[in-house]
Design a protein around this ligand. Sequence first.
Ligand SMILES: [Zn+2]
Length: 481
Amino acid sequence: MNVTEVQEYVPVIGLEVHAQLLTKTKIFCSCPSTYGAEPNTLVCPVCLGLPGALPVLNREAVSMAILMGLATNCTIAEESVFARKNYFYPDCPKNYQISMFDKPLCADGFIEFELDGETKRVRIERIHLEDDAGKLIHEEDGGSLVDFNRCGVPLIEIVSRPDMHSAEEAGAYLVMLRKILRYLGICSGNMEEGSLRCDVNVSVMPAGSSEFGTKTEIKNLNSFKAVEMGIRYEIERQIEVLKNGGKISQVTNLWDSGAKKLVTMRSKEYAHDYRYFPEPDLLPLEVDDEWIDGIRTKMVELPLERERRFRKEYNLSSYDASVLCSEKKIADYYEELASIAGDPKLSANWMMREVMEELKEQSVSIEQFSLQPERLAGLIRLVKENVVSGSAARDVFKEMVKSNESAEEVVRRLGLEQISGEGELEKMIDEVIAENPREVERYREGKIQLLGFFVGQVMKKSRGKANPKLTGEIIKRKLSG
Ligand SMILES: [Zn+2]
C-alpha cells in the first residue's frame, strides 16, 4: 500500500474492549474469580446456570465499573438495567449472558492520549457490566472440553466511538486504556491470559466523504501487535476491494496469529439476533451520589496527567516520562527515589537504565525488586557527591541488588571510593604521560581529541576509581604546560 492510496481513503476504526475486573468473587455469585485454578473447581448453581438459581449483584464490581467511568469522563447513570443477551454456546450454560443493553451504567466519556507529540481524544460511547462465559479447551483428537471457572467473572465492556483513523492510533488508544485500568487497579490488563480482550470495527471511506463505509469486525486479537497488524491488514484489504470496483460485505474476521492474516468467521447475515430483554431476576441498578462520591475519593492521578506533570516538574523528556509512568508502581518508586536522592534527573537516568534492565533481567515487577528507593537513593547521593565514579557506581548497584547492604557499605567493602585527591591523581597521570610519549606529542601538535584516551588510561590504572572530570582537567593543565 503506498501513500497515495492511504490518502485516497480514510480508515474509520472503533474498539470494543472487554476487561475482567479484579474483584475477589464473581459478579452474580460468591465463587472466587481467581485465574488459573483447576478446571471446574470454582463453580456453583448460579454460575452454572442451574434451574432456579438466582443472581445477586456484586457491589464491588459496580464500584469498579463506576471508577472506570469516572476516569474516562463518563456520565454515570442513576439507573441502569441488566439485560439478557440470548445465545446458545457450549461455554455459556445459562444460554444467555447477563449484560446491559439500552441502559448502560456509564456513557458519553472520552480518553485522551498522545501520539507523535499530538493530543488525541477518542470518545467513549458506553461502559457496561456483564458476566464472562466459560472457556472451551480444544483437544488434539478433535474433542472439546469446557472449563466453567470463568463463567460469571465480572467484565466491563468499553465501547469507543469510531474516532480512530489508523492502526497506530488504535494501538495508542488501547495502550492508554490498559494503563488507566491498571492505574485504577481494577484489571490486570493481561491480553495473553484474556483478562483484556479487544474487538475492532474497521471501515474505509473515500477522502472527503462524510458517509462511513460498510464496517467489518475483527475478533481474536490477543496482543497489541495483533491489534495493529489486524487493522492494517483489513484496511489494505478493503481499499483493494473498493479500488477494484467491489463492495465490502459485513463480516466478522478472526485474526490468525500464526499465519498473520484474517480469516472470515461468519457473514453478518447469519449473525445472532440476541433478543435482548430486561433481566427479570435482577432489579434495575440504582446508583446515588453518595456512592459515586465515595468512589471518587479513590481516584488516583491518571497516567497522562502524571506523565505531563513528570515532564514539567522534573524536566524529563517525553520518552522518559512515558516509560516512568507506564506503571503506577514504577512512577511511585521513581517519585520516592527522586525525592530522597534530591536529584530528579539523575534518579530518572538510574531508573531508565539500571533499574529497568535489572527488572527485565530478573523478570520481576518493581514491587518484587529487592532494592527499595531509600537504598538506591543512598547510591545516587554518593555519585552526586563524587564519592564514587559513575562506572564504579554500576558495580555497587549490582552488589546492592544481591545483598541488603547500603551503598556506603558496598563502596567500603570493595574499596571503590573515587579518587578525587589531586596528589594521588597526579601521580597516576604522570605515569600515563610518561608511558605514552607519541600520543603526548600528537596531542601537543593539536590532536586534542586524544584527551579521552589519556583519561581512559588513568581510569584503567585506577580500576575505575579516578574522578574522570578532575582527571581530564589535570591532564589538560599538564599537557598544555
Ligand atoms: Zn458461582
